[in-house]
Design a protein around this ligand. Structure first.
Ligand code: 13P
Ligand code: SF4
Length: 350
């Protein structure tokens, strides 16, 4: 095994050698050891836009998770090669909506509600789900534009099916004034709708998926931090549960969390409910503010963390050797409709 120093030097060397033929986007939840090599860092919306714009790079080495690399492949041109340094870097939330379950759910929902539903999917989903959504007139959303996208969708149709994160869907719809009583939950394991009222009242159908990282922030954490740090402001990602978002002071996408901390007053106190690497980076960058993780156990995204120095170097060496490993290639049909879903979103948020 190579020492850290050797790996770092070699990566710098390869980056120099490949120049503008290589592009490394890095999601904010990536480790510092990886982020130091990112040409751009961003949340999932920004990285999707940057991948679409970058025409020079032949190789896009995506430091993030599988669905992000798929998105980059869908938006990039045919001769661009997208690489994910570790194939095990998946997303447990994206895995909660499988295409067969989605097709089954759709058929049943059509039987119940007729042609009154528009599907929307969080970008944290597989390319097949994006494609399904694109085929049925819907679009993707990210945490930065979810409000605008849900509003748009509800102008098109009477109801939406929101995949795969029930929390982002619920938090966003509630912010738009839709009461919880008008939200149903689709349970993909038991293949049934959870709803107690009259079906005519349903406006939003939430897929029963969640992020295992953001669900770890609890009401107990909020009570504890308010007791420990008087005057603290609680700032959470909308992938957190409804009750946690309601009990927080502010909530927003990864980008909004960063912007809020950047603009916060020197000496102000913040408890942040999002992924560990980002919280640690904010603590280091803004040492003039009192920042803690809302959950003192810190919450890493284990799959994001699979991308590390050895894997990044391995992927880059494979490019140099001309035998590229871990290429992410979405098939043409899937890609066609997934792109339609993504473009409906990008058109509205650029
Ligand atoms: P954003 O980067 O859109 O805030 O998404 C958070 C996330 O969980 C990414 O996997
Ligand atoms: Fe998926 Fe949650 Fe990890 Fe994001 S933080 S990649 S949503 S498991």
């Amino acid at each position: 095994t190579l020492s850290e120093e050797v790996m770092i030097n070699r990566i710098h060397q390869i980056k120099q050698e490949l120049g503008s033929k290589l592009y490394i986007p890095g999601h904010h939840y990536q480790k510092d050891e990886v982020i130091q090599f990112a040409d751009d860092t961003g949340d999932s919306l920004k990285l999707a836009q940057l991948s679409a714009e970058n025409e020079q790079a032949k190789y896009i080495v995506f430091c993030g998770v599988h669905f992000m690399a798929e998105t980059a492949d869908i938006l990039s041109s045919d001769d661009q090669v997208v690489v994910l340094p570790d194939m095990r870097a998946g997303c447990s939330m994206a895995d909660m909506a499988d295409i067969h379950q989605t097709e089954m759910a759709w058929d049943q929902l059509q039987d119940t509600f007729g042609d009154t539903i528009l599907p929307l999917t969080y970008v944290n989903s597989t390319a097949s789900i994006k494609s399904f959504v694109g085929k049925h007139g819907g679009a993707t959303v990210t945490s930065s534009n979810a409000t605008a996208m849900v509003e748009w969708a509800l102008e098109q149709k009477q109801r939406i099916l929101f995949l795969p994160d029930q929390h982002l869907g619920r938090n966003t719809a509630y912010d738009l004034g839709i009461p919880l009583e008008q939200m149903a939950v689709w349970d993909p394991i038991n293949n049934k709708l959870e709803y107690e009222g009259h079906y005519d009242d349903v406006r939003v159908i939430l897929w029963k998926g969640h992020c295992s990282v953001h669900e770890k922030f609890t009401m107990e954490n909020i009570a504890q931090v308010r007791a420990d740090m008087p005057g603290v402001k609680v700032l959470v990602h909308p992938e957190c549960t409804f009750e946690v978002v309601q009990a927080s002071d502010e909530n927003g996408s990864t980008k909004k969390i960063i912007d809020t901390i950047e603009d916060a007053l020197v000496g102000s106190s913040w408890a942040i409910g999002t992924e560990m690497n980002l919280v640690n980076r904010l603590i280091q960058t803004y040492s003039d503010k009192n920042i803690v993780s809302l959950n003192p156990n810190m919450c890493p995204c284990l799959t994001m963390n699979r991308i590390d120095l050895p894997h990044l170097l391995w992927a880059l060496e494979s490019i140099i050797d001309g035998e590229v490993i871990n290429q992410i290639k979405v098939d043409e049909e899937t890609s066609h409709f997934a792109k339609i879903a993504l473009e409906r979103m990008l058109k509205k948020s650029i």
